[in-house]
Design a protein around this ligand. Sequence first.
Ligand code: ADP
Ligand code: MG
Length: 255
Amino acid sequence: MSELVSTRIRTTAAKLGLPHLAESLNQYAGRADEAKMGYLDFLDLVLAEELAIRDDRRFRQGLRLSKLPHHKTLDEYDFSFQPELDPRKIKDLATLAFVEAKANAALLGPPGVGKTHIAVALSVAACRAGFSVYFTTLDDMVRQLKAAEAAGRLNSKLRTYLRPGVLVVDEVGYQPLERAEANLVFQVISKRYEKGSIILTSNKTFSEWGQVFGDEVLATAILDRLLHHCDVVSINGPSYRLKNRLAAIDRETAA
Ligand code: ADP
Ligand code: MG
């Protein structure tokens, strides 16, 4: 390959936003030589590899913006520890059909059963599939929205929670809310209705949401939007956190 042509390819690749192609030109050419590739196969290889690299970059950037607390996957979730949970229910969710349909998923159950773990795993999968994701606890979202409202920037803050394709609202029900706070939550839920997915986790049953939101009418209005298109998965079983803790205590006392 002449120096002139390779310089021109590098410049064009950079302009097209393909820095990897610009860097790996010689390597690509070497591989084509070695495998005696035809023109179409060579083009196919280059385009497929550049696309994979771009997707991977988007995925990693998406994960950074998602504020997910960790990046655990479903492979790391031990279904045998929760025999009452049907793995098919979670695997169905992992197809992301509900995200595609702008529907919701609710994971309910006591502490330590893996609600956040599963919400995160679904989010990582969504992110890999190219959806934008944003993770928040309910309390943090309310705090942020209240502060923004006080500063006259409510609409711009609301966009943080309305823009992503998937909004994870973790820990609904840990703290009861005041009416004004519940009203901010209603705004998020109603504005996302049929526009983007919500994955929520809660240690409360829906019938207890009246207490959480301090107002039965508001709680009903929130549940009405949320549950219209929603897969609900209840996980009733032992705490995985406690399992590890109890095993550690057993070891300590045995030692
Ligand atoms: P929850 O949100 O229901 O309180 P978490 O998702 O935070 O529970 O889970 C607590 C910890 O236990 C996390 O580190 C999580 O990865 C782990 N965990 C929970 N359930 C399982 C499981 N069945 N298999 C593997 N790890 C689990
Ligand atoms: Mg949790």
